[in-house]
Design a protein around this ligand. Structure first.
Ligand code: 8YV
Length: 322
């Protein structure tokens, strides 16, 4: 680290261990109230700061980036996703941008599996029944659900998280299929079947799990047309980004029974969730908890700081995106 301590704006409250380490090495500006900053507030808070440790809840669009004070040279995001940052604008402005891959892979794959089981086995419906004191007793035909063991799992985006989910799903004897830009290298597929064409993956996906980044190409990838190509009674889970799903189309398919259930951890326009999801019994909904374990959030914060430490020491940050 350089002898003069850089000034670091941390936009949200982070785990204590992360804030402590940041305060050891930087002059930190914290956000103890933990309110999300809008563009003008971010600009004001960043006045004179050398770097920003940002989160996915910050909108770093072109206007926000162009509005950043001259002093800001780096943005380390506390997320693997970078869809909240206009990378072209960051590049144009000469900002270093880094993210936090790897460290949230297990936690997010765990939540994808939780969503698959929770949606398939009607977990939130049963939980609600008990909380509402509505359980009148066991019956042989009560709340019959979808069996997961042995079914076919379709994974859209076979990156770190997709591959880790595949490993977990093999413990349920699931047959793994995936769609990716390219097939995995020899020896890494572990028996997973590649589909170069999304439609061909959809046709065999009793369960479909989304793991692609939100980009213009993946925007509303799951829509009325693509849902129609899934087997009847399929189950869809999303731990990627809400923008990958057309909410109206998914809700319609959950209502008609075309889809048996959906498990969702991410939503378009978070924290505003399409009200249609709340009214359905066959949705299993979580408030973006994919990486929300103490171990993972600490690791994400340390990784973001590692990237900033490298940048301010004149080394290339390991997770540099721009
Ligand atoms: C994070 C995520 O919790 O890292 C990501 O891209 O979606 C989540 O796991 C969130 O983005 C924190 O900023």
């Amino acid at each position: 680290m350089p002898t003069t301590r850089p000034t670091l704006l941390i936009t949200r409250r982070l785990p204590q261990a992360v804030e402590d380490r940041a305060a050891r090495d930087y002059d930190v500006r914290l956000n103890p109230e933990d309110t999300a900053y809008d563009g003008p507030t971010l600009t004001r808070k960043a006045e004179g700061a050398d770097a920003i440790l940002a989160c996915a809840s910050d909108r770093l669009d072109q206007a926000a980036i162009e509005g950043l004070p001259e002093s800001v040279r780096a943005v380390a995001t506390f997320s693997v996703g970078v869809d909240h940052i206009d990378l072209a604008a960051a590049k144009e402005r000469g900002l270093m941008v880094s993210n936090t891959p790897d460290v949230l892979t297990d936690a997010t794959a765990d939540v994808a599996l939780l969503l698959m089981l929770g949606a398939a086995r009607r977990a939130s419906e049963g939980d609600r029944m008990i909380r509402a004191d509505g359980w009148t007793g066991w019956t042989p035909t009560q709340m019959l659900a979808t069996h997961m063991t042995g079914k076919r799992l379709g994974i859209v985006g076979m990156g770190r998280i997709g591959r880790t989910l595949a490993r977990r799903a093999r413990a349920f004897d699931m047959e793994i299929h995936y769609h990716n830009r390219r097939p995995l290298p020899d020896g890494e597929a572990e028996g997973a079947i590649f589909h170069g064409d999304l439609d061909s993956l959809l046709a065999v996906s009793d369960f479909l799990s989304l793991h692609c980044p939100a980009t213009p190409e993946t925007n509303r990838l799951l829509n009325a047309e693509t849902i129609a190509k899934l087997p009847d009674g399929a189950i869809v889970v999303n731990t990627a980004r809400g923008a990958v799903v057309d909410d109206e189309a998914l809700i319609a398919a959950l209502k008609t029974g075309k889809l048996a259930a959906a498990g969702l951890d991410v939503f378009e326009g978070e924290p505003n969730v399409h009200p249609g999801y709340r009214d359905l019994a066959n949705t299993f909904l979580l408030p973006h908890l994919g990486s929300a374990t103490v171990e993972t959030r600490n690791a994400m914060g340390f990784r973001a700081l590692d990237n900033l430490d490298a940048f301010f020491s004149g080394r290339n940050p390991g997770d540099r995106v721009v």
